[in-house]
Design a protein around this ligand. Structure first.
Ligand SMILES: Nc1ncnc2c1ncn2[C@@H]1O[C@H](COP(=O)(O)OP(=O)(O)OP(=O)(O)O)[C@@H](O)[C@H]1O
Ligand SMILES: [Mg+2]
Length: 333
């Protein structure tokens, strides 16, 4: 009996988000987000500014901040529900910094200016059980070599401000991975970097994700990043997932009118950028359209679309689609 095969099939996703709703105070900023990522798989979360990508990953990491809360749905990490834990309980279970690694857009948010890179690496490495000054230093230097920092031994003794932007980002990636997390989350990890460095850092993240067989969620505005970095994509619009599928399927045969518009307009990757091919912008949580949230901007909307609320449903080609006209679209592709 092919035991390993059966075990692999039975293995639950590392991360499973199910019908998630998130509120800040009374304002619902995410209403229905479902996604999952398996070991060794990279999922890209894409959508316009304000669509809820960051708040979704912040809910996973427990960093929603003041007034933010999960109000419906579940977040399962390795089969364990984590969406409503207190900060204390999260720390006890090693949720952020140990089991979940996070790479931020801006490394200064993650790196502590008063500690050397080596000290910050040590803290992460000790979470794996390794101890002893020499062993930690050796392992720290190994991580810095792994992320391509020149002269890793010397870099261990540097403070964050003594590194370039690209080097700081590499150091942050080393620290995020040094605790050997199961899940790595990268929210727009390169938009703050020079264009020439962006590709290098993205390649580094993808290479490490594959080598370490990690589950990766990468948040981006940019289909170029999706194509280079991910196996599957979830497209978000106004606090909902509107389409999911493999990268090849979504890029070659997008179904949802929103995904099509996104692809047609090839967004720039600049945070806050609007989609040129679409009139209007993402509706705000205070004035959410009735029916399908995309209908006011949708080129193929019909009367029904302002009245009935579409659900995310399985569609042809392994996609999931939230569109009342999904069947008609399928007939025409
Ligand atoms: N701390 C907060 N308090 C109140 N509302 C918030 C907070 N953070 C985010 N929001 C709201 O939640 C919605 C989704 O924001 P989010 O940051 O997730 O968007 P995004 O898809 O990551 O956009 P971008 O591409 O610009 O990063 C927005 O309407 C935003 O105004
Ligand atoms: Mg964001």
């Amino acid at each position: 009996m092919p035991v390993s095969h059966t075990a692999a099939m039975d293995e639950h996703p590392v991360l499973e988000v199910d019908s998630l709703a998130i509120c800040y105070g009374k304002l619902e900023v995410c209403s229905d987000v479902s996604l999952n990522v398996r070991r060794g798989e990279a999922l890209a979360l894409i959508g316009e500014s304000g669509s809820g990508k960051s708040v979704t990953v912040l809910a996973v990491t427990g960093l929603l901040g003041r007034g933010g809360a999960v109000t419906r749905g579940r977040i399962m990490l390795d089969g364990e529900e984590i969406s409503r834990l207190s900060d204390r309980e999260r720390r006890r279970r090693g949720l952020l910094g140990k089991r979940i690694g996070m790479i931020f857009q801006n490394p200064s948010r993650a790196l502590d200016p008063v500690f050397t890179i080596g000290q910050q690496l040590n803290e992460a490495i000790s979470l794996t059980g390794l101890s002893g000054k020499e062993a930690l230093r050796r392992k720290g230097a190994e991580w810095l070599r792994h992320v391509g920092l020149p002269d890793p031994e010397e870099a261990l003794d540097r403070y964050p401000h003594q590194l370039s932007g690209g080097q700081r980002q590499r150091a942050m990636i080393a620290i995020a991975l040094a605790s050997e997390p199961e899940l790595l989350i990268a929210d727009e990890p390169t938009t703050a970097l020079d264009v020439t460095i962006q590709a290098q850092v993205l390649n580094l993240i993808r290479r490490l994700q594959r080598e370490l067989n990690l589950a990766l969620v990468i948040v981006t505005h940019d289909f170029g990043v999706v194509a280079a970095m991910a196996d599957r994509v979830a497209v978000m619009y106004a606090g909902q997932v509107v389409e999911t599928g493999t990268v090849a399927n979504i890029i070659n045969a997008p179904r949802h009118p929103y995904t099509r518009a996104l692809l047609a307009s090839l967004p720039t990757g600049v945070p806050g950028a609007r989609i040129a091919a679409l009139p209007g912008s993402v509706p705000s949580a205070v004035a959410m359209p009735t029916g399908c949230r995309f209908h006011p901007r949708c080129p193929i909307a019909i009367d029904r679309c302002s009245q009935e609320t579409p659900q995310l449903e399985s569609a042809a080609g392994g996609h999931q689609l939230r569109c009342l006209r999904a069947e008609e679209i399928a007939r025409h592709v």
